[in-house]
Design a binder for this molecule. Structure first.
Ligand code: GLC
Length: 776
């Protein structure tokens, strides 16, 4: 790291080059730097980097430059301007407003360039390009997922600015309540503001959006290889509330030969919603059930909520009280709030000892072979006593299928007040090494820390197995620990559509393992909606059906034979794609590149793709154009430049324009990019059922490359080099289409042994060895 402290206006500005492309700007507040920590950025790693930076100054400016960037900072105005090496202005402060203070609040204003578009910001509703919108960073349990409602359960104060000249990213490393105004107040500038803390942000130069994501995830961390089974299909509902029901669902999947890897237990498996307990009336032989399901090839995933019931006879509560692990108010009283178990207390996950205590509580489940945990309500979501009682009446007595809709807040201030009421008071204290932090600063990372507790706890108990953790709340870096689902959507066409947008933005925020409740959570799903949603869910990196209490059944067979057939076919396609998806996760682990990709990631130089946010790429080769309107049996699909092949018919299209395609109920429009190499498996009932000795390669005309990855799918041995990485490439040599196979890394013996190469309806079986093969 190369750090300089400069005097600008009446404050100090620390400029640190983390790499030649990533620069940290950190301003003092009233002359002092109080923040010498980050909850997201791995500081130690950064301190070791050494970047060559040239520094000059004259009367008016400071000049800093690295291999990629030239920065000028005016001494009088404090205005920062960042240029690339061709002299293009990439980012500039707006007038003299690079740093503005107002009481404890801090702001920075930046110019908006002509044609600039903004993506990312974590989990958001509304349109993909956030230009002209305000995005709030305050994790909130929000059950109304209608267009533009903001914020949701997790916020990532990061975005990508796209521009034909160059893209850059900005990460605001501040965990207090904050918001971005991306040109809503004024089209000439955007600004971001936090209610407290310091102005500490990172500029990340691309020039491509993928390079921005790579730079950002270098700072905040990347995912690990997921357990292979977690790429399969997951079935959930609130709740499969008895052993009998769980067996019934499991057996139906196997009998109907619909692939499935996981069944979820929602809150009713617990005794009176006491976390880490089992209701023995409903689940008298829980241990045996876990064994039996394992034999059938299912994993059980258990919901875990952070609220611990206030109950003096309950071990988890007693131990937490004795050891002082729960959050307190400043006056020393334990903070209490209402969640599913009634009056509850909340672990202070900021403290390592409290995280250890939490992790350790998973032991008995982990020892039963359970390796999937679903962290919910961890914003943390907290009800008042009245809300809690109302909820009981609405869902248990009146058996509502969705919560009543509240009136929208009248003003921004009212909205802030409302969302802040849904959680702990901001004055609640957390502690770290004896130092006090208020909830106002920790709120946004509470879920992140809970996931850290689960992840680290799991590794202590089973050091050589990869856990699967799913979370609702999170913050920048959540991908290090968990997959993310986007909470309580609705069985509606609007929500099917909005998932396409939300998942693209969350993916662009460095979180690759993402999904939404397929079929929708609140309300009843119907035949057509379910079929369309399953079709789309195949291309969610995380693929799970889930639905709320009191709603209609939502299993693949619940909507009659036709939909069952469609679901089975589509879920089977998902299982065939697993080697492709797993290889994409390798890229996510290495570089942060997501699985579900906005067109702008694959085609950064084509402005037209900005107009087609209702399509996305699944990895580099598969263009997915979901049908998201009722009764529609065709849709327009925009194909970017190049050649494309209809997945179903093989018909070839020249890209660069939109085409109208048929989309009968059993078909989601899919187009394959020229030069595609898609590794596939045989369908199986669950991951690991078959020993997949043959890897099928679906190869399309043109030139292309794909990095194929394989390992044992469950342990951390890949970190010791026990994996294979193979570069497949295809190209034309004269009249021949050639497949080249090259091992980049060879360390795993249990992988595929043969390649079954499909090219233009021809099939060729060859040994999986290095070489060049003619395939037509
Ligand atoms: C929350 C979760 C939902 C879960 C329910 C009951 O609403 O978002 O997925 O089913 O709680 O635990």
């Amino acid at each position: 790291m190369n750090e300089m402290t400069l005097k600008v206006k009446d404050e100090l500005l620390k400029v640190s080059f983390i790499t030649p492309k990533i620069v940290n700007f950190h301003y003092s507040k009233n002359g002092v730097f109080n923040k010498d920590y980050s909850f997201c950025v791995e500081y130690q790693k950064l301190k070791n980097s050494n970047v060559e930076v040239n520094f000059k100054e004259d009367e008016k400016y400071y000049y800093l430059s690295s291999e990629y960037l030239n920065i000028a900072i005016s001494k009088e105005l404090g205005k920062v301007s960042i240029y690339d090496k061709d002299g293009n202005l990439i980012l500039s402060d707006y007038e003299d407003k690079g740093y503005v203070k107002e009481g404890s609040k801090i702001f920075t204003y930046k110019e908006i360039k002509y044609g600039e578009a903004f993506f990312g910001f974590g989990e958001r509703l509304g349109s993909l390009n956030k230009k002209g919108q305000v995005l709030i960073n305050w994790n909130t349990d929000e059950s109304n997922h209608s267009m533009n409602n903001d914020p949701l359960y997790q916020c990532h104060p990061f975005f990508i600015s796209w521009h034909p000249k160059a893209s850059y990213g900005l990460f605001f490393d501040n965990t207090f309540f904050s918001y971005f105004d991306m040109g809503r107040e004024n089209q000439s500038y955007y600004y971001f503001c936090a209610q407290d803390g310091e102005l500490d942000y990172y500029f990340i130069y691309g020039p491509s959006p993928k390079e921005v994501i790579e730079g950002y995830t270098f700072l905040v961390g990347r995912c690990h290889m997921p357990p292979l089974w977690s790429l399969g299909f997951h079935q959930s509902r609130w709740s499969y509330d008895s052993e009998k029901k769980v067996y019934e669902v499991a057996e139906k999947f196997r009998k109907r030969k619909i692939p499935c890897d996981a069944i979820y237990l929602d809150i009713d498996y617990m005794k009176g919603y006491r976390v880490f307990t089992v209701n023995r009336k409903r689940f008298p032989n829980f241990d045996k059930m876990a064994e039996d399901l394992k034999r059938l090839g299912f994993k059980i995933v258990l919901i875990i909520d952070p609220g611990v019931k206030w109950d003096k006879r309950y071990e988890v509560f007693k131990e937490g009280i004795e050891k002082d692990f729960f959050c307190k108010r400043e006056n020393g009283k334990i903070f209490t709030g209402y969640v599913w178990p009634g009056k509850s207390v909340f672990p202070d996950f900021l403290r390592e000892e409290a995280r250890d205590f939490w992790g350790e509580n998973h032991r008995k489940f982990i020892n039963l072979g359970i390796s999937g945990f679903w962290n919910d309500m961890n914003e943390p979501s907290i009800f008042s006593k009245i809300e809690y009682l109302a909820m009981k009446i609405l869902f248990h007595i009146l058996k509502l299928k969705e919560p009543p809709k509240l009136k929208s807040p009248k003003s921004f201030e009212e909205k802030i007040k409302r969302i802040k009421k849904k959680t702990m008071d901001e004055g609640v204290i957390h502690k770290l090494n004896g130092k006090i932090f208020y909830h106002s600063e920790i709120h946004n990372i509470y879920g992140l820390l809970m996931n850290k507790a689960t992840f680290e706890g799991f590794l202590k108990i089973k050091p050589n197995e990869r856990p699967f953790i799913l979370t609702r709340s999170g913050f920048s870096g959540i991908q290090k620990y968990s997959a993310v689902w986007c909470g309580d959507n609705k069985s509606s066409w609007e929500n099917l559509f909005s998932s396409i947008i939300t998942l693209q933005n969350l993916s662009m925020s460095g979180v690759p393992f993402v999904g939404e409740d397929v079929g929708g959570f609140w309300g009843d799903c119907d035949k057509e909606l379910f079929a369309r949603w399953i079709e789309l869910g195949v291309f969610y990196p995380f693929f799970r059906v889930h639905t709320a209490k009191n709603t209609k059944e939502q299993e693949p067979w619940s909507f009659g034979e036709e939909v069952e057939r469609i679901a089975k076919e589509l879920i089977s396609l998902r299982y065939r794609l697993i080697p492709y998806i797993y290889s994409l996760f390798y890229e996510a682990k290495e570089k942060g590149i997501p699985i579900l990709r906005s067109l702008i990631l694959e085609f950064p130089n084509i402005r037209e793709v900005l107009n087609h946010e209702d399509e996305f790429m699944f990895g580099p080769f598969i263009l997915v154009a979901p049908v998201y309107e009722k009764n529609h049996r065709e849709r327009n699909v925009y194909l970017p430049d190049g050649f494309w092949y209809d997945f179903y018919t093989g018909k070839r299209y020249r890209g660069g324009s939109s085409i109208k395609v048929n989309a009968p109920l059993n078909k989601i429009p899919l187009f394959i990019r020229e030069g595609a190499i898609i590794p596939m498996w045989d369908v199986q009932s669950y991951v690991g059922e078959k020993n997949q000795e043959i890897l099928t390669l679906e190869i399309y005309p043109g030139e292309g490359k794909f990095l194929y990855y394989e390992d044992d799918g469950t342990t951390w041995d890949y970190e010791k080099g026990i994996y294979n990485l193979v570069e497949f490439s295809t190209f034309k040599r004269g009249e021949q289409q050639v497949l080249s196979v090259r091992f980049v890394h060879r360390g795993y013996e249990g992988g595929a042994k043969f390649l079954n190469v499909h090219y233009c309806k021809k099939e060729k079986k060859i040994d999986f060895t290095e070489g060049e093969f003619e395939i037509n």
